[in-house]
Ligand binder design. Structure first.
Ligand code: ADP
Ligand code: MG
Length: 906
């Protein structure tokens, strides 16, 4: 991708008819580079700015809200341009990448002076392609989230399409492959949640998959050769430097195709550099709980419906203290396990620390000091690392010893922790020792800033530094001498990158130095508004010495850096293993802390179809209520098959709005999910037979973004459940059918329950406001009615949030509307309509109803709210008459007794 400064043919032919529309050499170069990087925004370096031209400029100025200007003409047309300062480029890159753009960064690769000497345009070269899925820089990455690049390959087969998936996080070296069927793709994509996906052009425009793909954050369609299955094995073997695929994990051909596409794209974006990747590990299909995108959104697993992390399940349970731990927890939450034994191993590990609060706290503070080793390692491996990355690895290895010593105090290590401890022992301690000797206390971000190697580490470096610093002393002495000689007290010797060292005096003294005799010593360089700048022969000499010594010192430092980086790369596998062990420890400790703080219990997870929760709570709502000092009312739920039965039960939950139906439904789904990621659960007891698919739907959810009517969405999503749920699924349906007319909705809900009961035979919770549905329980043996209790008090509803067997007698909609502050005239009118409806029974036609009821306008004059009972009136009057500020405590107490005496006797 080297771009020669002289270009043979301009990408756009110059029309003969055009007046003197000469293409400038710079524009020629620009077009050449632009053509070599299709689909990317070109950041074209010019001095202290990256400039964007033409369409790129328009896209970027809109996306970044920066001014669009013009720069010269191309073929007679103005050239649109916008630019970002180099030192703030990261900010702008971040925003463009977040919007799904890809950027080619083009630098000047020679000194502009050299180009001037050649009478040519400065050489430039693309040094980096930045795409959302191939980032390594800390400034561009979210520390708490993985950054996945996903390749998707399809094979058409007789029994339906097969899809191969491979995903990589080059900032942490993870590399995973799997295969799924066409209909499973949506759930799989939602689980992986890639930052960028690459696909073939054909798949991108496929009528079935295209729409799904276009919903992803960033999708890059690529030519077929990247997805060529014939060359896939060879490309993989080359990357991992192995002779045959036997050296890598067993993979299907389709998985290998996707994996090869991934690495090919990575090599392209890293311009041939090979970031280290773990050999692909294969995820067996069915090893994780399938959760489709709608369910994830609905249960607010990692983001709330409003798109915030705060308020999501992940946010509520994330007590990790490291970025790597946070990423691992997010991974686990995205992919709950379906293997009871693997879950038990995780639970064993959590349990070990639940019982050890002291050890937990001290290990957590050790981890807090262990930096993000895997990302530091990845940066060093692609040559983008800095001194702080070296220090991160040193600190990580030192923390490993610390952690091991603490783990040693546990009587017995559960299997997962034992494996983590073994990994922590792997990295050579010599590395940490060498780094401790070599690295200074304070480290610059960039290696080119120098100053990161300790003195006394390398004698030659110390020498060069002394020379440099001594010369600086000489400069300081020189300033004093010049000030003395000229009598100008304010004379200064300064330094900048353009002039180097120079003598500076204020404008009023400038003339003195420019006239004899002083002009023999002082040579004028520059006149500014307030200052005049000079140089001297002596200063020039000393400057050269300083520069030489400085350059030599920096050169030596960079050599040390390369040696240390090489040690890191050689120890890469061990360091990576240790980093993973830290992440695992962090997650385990965090879940233990959560369990201890929020009073969670260890769930029993087995291969039955049981679902028995006692004292269940909603993990997020509970925390929110706790912050307000409110209790959460725990509720039991039992969907286990009755003795002698083969299938789980369905609960039909009725109750007024705001009673807590949705909360109850979701808490049970979340408990199952937490149990299967290997976490303790918010309940007093829980036994769960593995759930293989989780579905959650809410009636009439808005999905305007996708341009579908809300009811259509509701039905499409319900269809997925009814078509896909097996007897191992857990289904949550919240007010399905709400989005259409009463009778339609009721009929659909009715039929859906029958289908779940008869065909899917899965465990399910169904909340509804159609009380008519409760009649179904007499017909369907595994359907049970439950309701959320409320109390009525002086015409107001009081929500008890208790789930009981039985059904709600009415919906209290009007009472809730009143709580919400609907105007009294509307409330009393609604009551009148309701009374009429109830008297007539709901079966009557709407027309008859309309005939029967006077028009709304007539009732505007209807009596307002009935007067309050007289006791209440009296009470209100009495309270109004109190003046708390003027009362003594004793008077206040007496007033309270007096008020109580006015209450009606019970
Ligand atoms: P519904 O779906 O019946 O309309 P929600 O589940 O949305 O009701 O609950 C309404 C509010 O009631 C919640 O926001 C929460 O603050 C409160 N709530 C629900 N369940 C409980 C509970 N078990 N304990 C305490 N408060 C609860
Ligand atoms: Mg609800």
């Amino acid at each position: 991708m080297t771009i020669e400064p002289s270009v043979s043919s301009s990408p756009q032919p110059v029309l003969a008819a055009e007046p003197p529309a000469r293409v400038s050499p710079m524009m020629e170069q620009y077009h050449e580079i632009k053509a070599a990087n299709p689909g990317l925004l070109l950041f074209y370096r010019m001095g202290d700015f990256y400039e964007l031209f033409f369409d790129d400029a328009e896209v970027a100025s809109r996306a970044l809200g920066i001014t669009l200007t013009k720069r010269g003409k191309h073929l007679g047309q103005d050239i649109p341009m916008c630019g970002v300062p180099v030192e703030r480029a990261d900010d702008y890159l971040h925003r463009l990448i977040a919007l799904g753009h890809r950027v080619a960064v083009c630098e000047q690769t020679e000194d502009p002076a050299a180009a001037r000497a050649r009478k040519s345009v400065v050489r430039r070269d693309v040094v980096r392609l930045i795409t959302p899925g191939t980032l390594t820089e800390d400034t561009l990455l979210d520390a708490r989230a993985n950054n996945y690049l996903l390749a998707i390959a399809r094979a058409k087969a007789a029994g339906g399409d097969r899809i191969g998936l491979a995903w990589i996080d080059i900032s942490t070296s993870e590399f995973i492959v799997t295969e799924c069927s066409g209909p499973e793709l949506a759930a799989t994509l939602a689980r992986i949640n890639p930052n960028e996906a690459i696909v073939t052009d054909a798949l991108y425009s496929d009528p079935d998959y295209g729409p799904l793909l276009r919903e992803l954050a960033a999708v890059t369609p690529l030519t077929r050769d990247v997805f060529d299955s014939a060359t896939a094995e060879r490309r993989l073997c080359d990357y991992f430097a192995v002779a045959t695929m036997d050296g890598l994990a067993a993979m299907s051909r389709l998985e290998a195709t996707a994996a090869a596409a991934c690495i090919t794209y990575v090599e392209r974006t890293q311009l041939g550099k090979k970031p280290p990747l773990s050999p692909p590990s294969r995820e067996l299909s069915g090893a994780t709980m399938a959760i489709d995108p709608a369910t994830r959104a609905n249960l607010e697993l990692t983001r709330t419906l409003a798109g915030e992390r705060r308020g999501s399940l992940l946010d509520a349970i994330d007590c990790t203290v490291t970025a790597a731990g946070s990423r691992l927890l997010a991974q686990r939450l995205a992919a709950p396990l379906t293997d009871a034994e693997a879950i038990a191993h995780r639970l064993d590990a959590v349990a070990a620390f639940v019982a050890e609060p002291m050890l937990r706290d001290s290990l957590r503070s050790t981890l807090r000091a262990a930096p993000d080793m895997s990302r530091a390692l990845a940066r060093l491996s692609v040559g983008r690392g800095g001194p702080r990355d070296l220090a991160a690895l040193r600190d990580g290895v030192l923390a490993a010893d610390d952690a091991l010593a603490q783990l040693g105090t546990l009587a017995e290590l559960p299997q997962e922790i034992r494996a983590a401890a073994a990994a922590l022992r792997r990295p050579s301690r010599d590395l940490a020792q060498e780094f401790s000797k070599a690295l200074a206390e304070e480290l610059p971000l960039q290696k080119r800033d120098g100053g990161f190697v300790r003195s006394n580490y390398l004698p030659a470096l110390d020498e060069a530094r002394e020379l440099r610093d001594a010369s600086r002393q000489v400069v300081a002495a020189m300033q004093a001498r010049y000030a003395e000689d000229t009598g100008i007290k304010t004379l200064k010797i300064r330094h900048n990158n353009v002039l180097g060292y120079f003598v500076e005096v204020t404008a009023q003294h400038g003339d003195r130095l420019m006239t004899a005799p002083l002009n023999a010593t002082f040579i004028h360089r520059q006149t500014l508004a307030g200052q005049v700048r000079f140089t001297t022969a002596e200063l020039g000499e000393i400057e050269a010495k300083i520069a030489n010594a400085g350059e030599r010192a920096l050169g030596l430092e960079l050599e040390v850096f390369e040696q240390l980086a090489a040690m890191v790369i050689a120890a890469g596998d061990d360091l990576r293993a240790a980093a993973q062990a830290f992440a695992l420890l962090d997650v385990t400790l965090a879940l233990a802390k959560l369990a201890a703080d929020d009073n969670y219990v260890r769930p029993e997870v087995d291969s039955s179809l049981a679902f028995a929760i006692e004292g269940g709570r909603h993990p997020v709502v509970e925390q929110a209520l706790k912050r307000d000092g409110q209790p959460f009312i725990a509720n039991a739920c039992d969907l286990s098959p009755a003795p002698g039965q083969q299938s789980g039960q369905i609960w039909l939950l009725t109750g007024p709005n705001m009673a807590g139906k949705s909360t109850f439904l979701r808490q049970n789904a979340l408990i199952a999910l937490l149990a299967q990621i290997g976490s303790f659960v918010p309940a007093s007891r829980a036994r769960i037979g593995i759930v293989d698919r989780l579905f959650s739907r809410v009636g009439a959810a808005d999905d305007l973004a996708r341009g579908r009517s809300t009811f259509m969405v509701e039905m499409v999503e319900t269809a997925v459940i009814l078509n896909q749920a097996s007897d191992r699924a857990l289904v949550i349906l919240d007010e399905i059918g709400r989005g259409t007319a009463t009778f339609d909705g009721l009929s659909i809900a009715w039929a859906a329950i029958e289908h779940l009961h008869e065909a899917n035979r899965c465990r399910a919770l169904f909340a509804t406001h159609y009380h008519e549905l409760t009649a179904l329980s007499s017909k369907l043996p595994r359907l049970f009615n439950a309701t959320v209790r409320v109390k009525e008090w002086h015409g107001e509803v009081v929500f008890l949030h208790e789930v009981m067997p039985g059904s709600a007698d009415r919906s209290y909609g009007i009472q809730v509307a009143k709580l919400a502050g609907l105007p009294p005239s509307v409330i009393s009118r609604a009551k009148a309509v309701l009374a009429k409806l109830e008297a007539n029974d709901r079966g009557q036609s709407v027309r008859a109803l309309a005939d029967d009821l006077p028009l709304f306008a007539l009732t505007a004059r209807a009596p307002a709210e009935p007067a309050l009972p007289s006791e209440a009136e009296q009470l209100i009057e009495a309270v109004r008459g109190l003046h708390p500020d003027e009362m003594s405590p004793r008077e206040a107490l007496e007033a309270l007794y007096a008020l109580q005496a006015k209450l009606p006797k019970r």
